[in-house]
Design a protein around this ligand. Structure first.
Ligand code: DOR
Ligand code: ZN
Length: 345
């Protein structure tokens, strides 16, 4: 049995670091495990301008613990009014590395999102031309579509035509949760990839209703049936360079989760690699964790692989029931459970 696992330093290709006090409370967890992270722009107000993203990046750097060696990779929040020239300007200067497409009202702070992707022609043409990735929250928002079908319907109605019409556009379908999404990405060309979260590898939709309503298992896209979880697992451990690590760690204060209308989001940053390691071990694929966590994403984004390594050791770790105090108290993923791998550093 393997007792220690050392891999090249990994990156998180999808994370919500928030702002203000919550940013200061959570940034260190991501910076502890990952060298870089793609930081989501769904703040209030959303990050839509070069000036806003530069200021946000500075706030992230100021929030990091002393001595942290962490690079935030910033993103632009697309709206119906996004200006292709501003996007290209920020890309050229290095202010942001990708654009995030939230269908309007799909999830947390997406009210300013895109109402009709077909109206974004000039933006999409620009992204394709300059090679800037489009990161997609892939769910339709029609209220008459069953919530468990929203990703599969998005793939068919929106993503397939998009890939057909913009064959050179670099696309990351974020946090895939279904057979349909995994199959689409696997069979598309090399410009189409996907991120995979720990929760979509570890829980299915039963977790939302396990003995009662479980708000801390609720995220978007919502966890699906077991057969979908198994398809997502096969993709993660397949060794395909199209699938890579993106935690979608999304902290909300306990009071905002345990409410009549609880927020979507699972805070998995404190034990992210431990969760992925469990999955890869269960699948007999620990030798493929490094590709998934530390190589495929960097290659897709055209960035160098990180120097240095991190180590996990086989040791029981009990996850706290809560992290933080007062309004900043958050229930982490795996709260109260004992995990088999420990992140050493
Ligand atoms: O569960 C989620 N939480 N899904 C998202 O798409 C957004 C995120 C958040 O910002 O809370
Ligand atoms: Zn997200």
């Amino acid at each position: 049995m393997i007792e220690r696992l050392t891999i090249r330093r990994p990156d998180d290709w999808h994370v919500h670091l928030r702002d203000g006090d919550m940013l200061r409370a959570v940034a260190g967890y991501t910076a502890r495990q990952f060298a870089r992270a793609i930081v989501m722009p769904n703040l209030t107000p959303p990050v839509t301008s070069v000036a806003a993203v530069e200021a946000y990046r500075d706030r992230i750097l100021a929030a990091l613990p002393a001595g942290a060696d962490f690079t935030p990779l910033m993103t632009c929040y697309l709206t119906d009014d996004s200006d292709p020239a501003e996007i290209a300007r920020g890309h050229a200067s290095g202010a942001w590395v990708a654009c995030k497409l939230y269908p309007a009202h799909a999830t947390t702070n997406s009210a300013h999102g895109v109402t009709d992707i077909r109206a974004l022609t000039a933006v999409l043409e620009t992204l394709q031309r300059i090679g800037m990735p489009l990161l997609i929250h892939g769910e339709v928002t029609d209220r008459d579509i069953d919530i468990f079908d929203r990703e599969a319907v998005f793939v068919e109605r929106v993503l397939a035509p998009l890939v057909r019409d913009y064959p050179e556009l670099r696309i990351v379908l974020e946090h895939v949760t279904t057979t349909e999404a995994v199959d689409f990405v696997a069979s598309a060309g090399p410009h189409v990839a996907a991120t995979i979260t720990p929760q979509h590898l570890l829980i299915n939709r039963n977790a939302l209703f396990d003995g009662g309503l479980r708000p801390h298992a609720y995220c978007l896209p919502v966890a699906k049936r077991e057969r979908h979880r198994l398809a997502v697992r096969r993709a993660a451990v397949s060794g395909s360079p199209k699938f890579f690590l993106g935690t979608d760690s999304a902290p909300h204060g306990v009071h905002r989760k345990e409410a009549a209308c609880g927020c979507a989001g699972i805070f998995n940053a404190p034990f992210a690699l431990e969760g992925y390691a469990r999955v890869f071990e269960e699948e007999g694929a620990l030798d493929r964790l490094e590709g998934f966590a530390s190589e495929h994403g960097a290659r897709f984004y055209g960035l160098p692989l990180n120097d240095g390594t991190v180590t996990l050791e086989r040791a029981a770790v009990t996850v706290p029931e809560r992290i933080g105090e007062g309004d900043l108290a958050v229930v982490p993923f795996h709260a109260g459970e004992t995990l088999a791998w420990r992140f050493v550093g």
